[in-house]
Design a binder for this molecule. Structure first.
Ligand code: HEC
Length: 139
């Protein structure tokens, strides 16, 4: 009986791996399945969402070591996985957008980043923003 269960588990795992293989022509290869190009458009818009909230680019530069209001997003994908132990880069970035004060970057104050993206942006908007920011590497 136990053996049968293990075999079933194994079959399930193989099935899941096969499905997760993804689309070979997707050169952007984001882990979140979001549309990084659309995410870039959202990130660089002056306002975002139904309430015309301030866009990310009004506070976050994409140039190294350039602080507008928040930290530069240059190389974000490379440091995001090391910010909070146990959180992947994707989980950390998603949390930073929906709950900005859950982790406050050293040298910056809580409550400064716009707090309502989690309520105002669609799930797709957030997933696309995550896909884009996951492409921001150190070089
Ligand atoms: C009003 C200014 C402001 C806006 C607009 C803003 N942020 Fe922020 N953001 C901040 C500040 C300040 C911090 C640092 C404090 C903190 O961690 O909350 C921050 C931190 C972050 C971090 C963590 C960065 C790191 O190095 O760990 C991410 C990711 C982030 N913001 C993404 C976004 C995205 C995506 C948007 C647009 C949807 C956005 N922010 C809009 C001010 C802003």
């Amino acid at each position: 009986m136990r053996k049968l269960f293990l075999i079933l588990l194994l079959l399930l795992a193989v099935g899941l791996t096969a499905c997760g293989g993804g689309d070979a022509d997707d050169s952007s290869a984001s882990t979140s399945g979001g549309d990084a190009q659309r995410g870039e458009e959202l990130f660089t818009s002056p306002t975002i969402g139904p309430a015309s909230a301030p866009g990310c680019i009004t506070c976050h530069s994409l140039e190294p070591d350039t602080v507008i209001v928040g930290p530069s997003q240059f190389g974000l994908a490379d440091r995001a996985a090391t910010r909070v132990s146990g959180m992947s880069a994707e989980q950390y970035i998603r949390q930073s957008i929906t709950e900005p004060d859950a982790y406050v970057v050293e040298g910056f104050a809580a409550g400064v980043m716009y707090q309502n993206y989690g309520n105002e942006l669609s799930a797709k908007d957030i997933t696309d923003l995550v896909a884009y920011t996951l492409s921001l590497h150190n070089q």
